[in-house]
Design a protein around this ligand. Structure first.
Ligand code: ADP
Length: 493
């Protein structure tokens, strides 16, 4: 493959085109130390007429599926409509939930697949598909091992909203998972010479004699029909399609979105054209902590590692580690409809994502609590009293005010202090294509569309009506791998 030559072409295209430059800039901002290397993308001249498996979308789900399918012996290609790989996965700011992992065991964290299942079901208000959820939790440790085996090590574990034990696995340095994961998956795609075509939008999935037979794809502006024995849809959600969101849920009109611009629901539309069933389309998650001027998401780890939320009066108003829907509702119920996340120096050193927020210019820093209050125009005596009470609660391991029980290992007493103003934003679409545990895309009557598989945010019902932080990455890796394996078995038949 002539990857290097193509790389130079892509970089110059990127520099010449404003929207592409913006996308690259955003990517650089949202990934922690990830260097998106364009030389990892395939030259369109190397595109073949047919593959065993075509994968639509190069987010975490699509790339995990591609690597797994190739390991299983299939000839695969990935089409990505954006100029870069990564999708919403790149923006994933927290980590990956997994239970009974070797890293938890090494660190003396007691967890079980059953507890992971229960926490997720509770978070999803009991509406998760029990079989899909069971499959995800039971294969989560294996997914952590698989990632580790391909050089993606998630061994820094902390609390996250809705989890009763430390379960969210992050890169060793505590940085956001997204950039690290995407970079690691891309490195594997490159090393294993899996062709990943960017600027390649799939517009239709084709069927012949009742079986999926390939796709129509526009590669660098040129329309092609590519044959495939199987197609894996890994196109992500529709949280970037504000029209679709507000059509389905009018009350979300006007909300900012944390989604990348390619999250437009294409996979759902294309599969529906083949008779696929959709589930829970109105289950759209808003994330409580989004900086509104940049739509930049402040990771749940800031709260999981000890951060608190205060209102404009400088008072706490919620258990900060309730599930996202509840924390969001508590913020929206405030007269000002926004809040501040408060952190200290120790927390900043633990959650290095805060450095990125500082670079983005969304962090207020102060040497004392009084100075912080002044900068935020909060009554200083209130903020001081709130922090004193909170630090006392941490010391006694008892939050009398809001009953918080997790993320209370460290108090907030190390200057300087930091604050980020946040409010909820559209984050994740929990509904989507109906699949079974083998990732077959199903029709309304429960039968599978032959040769069609789906994984990741494009699918529905894994998370029920509220996704727990850390479960999107678990979902894409577990089901991405499963789609890769099952589709490979299918094409060998
Ligand atoms: P997941 O987390 O499920 O892997 P992501 O949002 O990370 O989802 O990735 C989905 C990817 O699919 C994105 O990079 C997006 O640009 C891509 N995509 C969406 N629609 C299409 C399409 N029609 N053709 C090719 N790629 C697509």
């Amino acid at each position: 493959m002539n990857l290097r030559k193509w790389a130079i072409g892509l970089i110059s295209t990127a520099l010449l085109s404003a929207p592409i430059t913006t996308a690259l800039a955003e990517e650089a901002d949202t990934t922690s130390g990830a260097s998106q290397t364009s030389e990892w993308y395939a030259d369109p001249a190397t595109l073949k007429e047919s593959y065993d498996i075509v994968i639509i979308g190069a987010g975490g789900g699509g790339m995990a599926a591609a690597i797994t399918a190739q390991e299983a012996g299939a000839d695969v290609a990935i089409f990505e409509k954006m100029p870069i790989a990564g999708g919403n996965t790149s923006k994933s700011s927290g980590g990956m939930n997994a239970s009974e992992t070797k890293f938890q065991k090494e660190q003396g964290i007691e967890d079980s697949n059953d507890l992971f299942y229960e926490d997720t079901l509770e978070g999803g208000k009991g509406t998760n598909d029990p079989e899909l959820l069971r499959y995800m939790v039971d294969h989560s440790a294996e997914a952590i091992d698989w990632l580790d085996s391909i050089g993606i090590t998630l061994n820094n574990i902390t609390f996250s909203g809705g989890a009763s034990v430390k379960r969210i696995h992050r890169p060793e340095d505590g940085s956001a998972v997204g950039g690290y994961l995407v970079e690691g998956l891309l490195r594997n795609i490159h090393e294993k010479e899996i062709p990943l075509f960017v600027n390649s939008e799939v517009t239709k999935i084709n069927e012949t004699d009742g079986r999926v037979s390939g796709v129509n794809v526009t590669v660098e502006g040129e329309e092609k029909t590519i044959n495939a024995k199987a197609v894996i849809i890994a196109t992500g959600g529709f949280g970037g399609n504000l029209e679709m969101v507000s059509e389905i849920k009018p009350e979300l009109e006007g909300f900012v979105t944390t989604n990348h611009e390619g999250a437009t629901g294409d996979g759902i539309r294309m599969a529906e054209e083949l008779g696929a069933a959709v589930v829970d389309m109105d289950q759209i998650q808003i994330h409580p902590t989004v900086e509104q001027s940049t739509s930049y998401l402040v990771t749940e780890s800031v709260r999981g590692d000890g951060g608190i939320l205060v209102n404009q009066q400088g008072e706490r108003f919620t258990d900060e580690l309730l599930t996202r829907d509840k924390v969001s509702a508590n913020i929206i119920a405030l007269p000002e409809k926004y809040a501040y996340i408060i952190a200290d120096q120790r927390l900043k050193e633990s959650v290095t994502a805060i450095n990125q927020y500082e670079e983005k210019g969304i962090v207020t820093k102060a040497e004392t609590i009084e100075e912080l209050a002044e900068k935020l125009e909060i009554p200083a005596e209130n903020l001081k009293a709130t922090l004193d009470t909170w630090n006392e609660a941490v010391k006694n391991q008892e939050d009398k005010d809001f009953g918080r029980t997790t993320g209370m290992e460290y108090d907030l007493s190390h200057a300087p202090y930091y604050a980020i103003k946040i409010a909820p934003g559209i984050h994740h679409t929990m509904g989507g294509l109906k699949i079974d545990t083998e990732t077959h895309v199903l029709r309304e009557d429960g039968t599978a569309i032959e040769g069609l598989f789906g994984a990741g945010e494009v699918t529905g019902q894994v998370h029920g009506s509220n996704r727990i932080g850390g479960n999107a990455v678990a979902d894409i890796i577990v089901f991405g791998r499963q789609a890769g394996n099952i589709a490979s078995e299918y094409v060998k038949q």
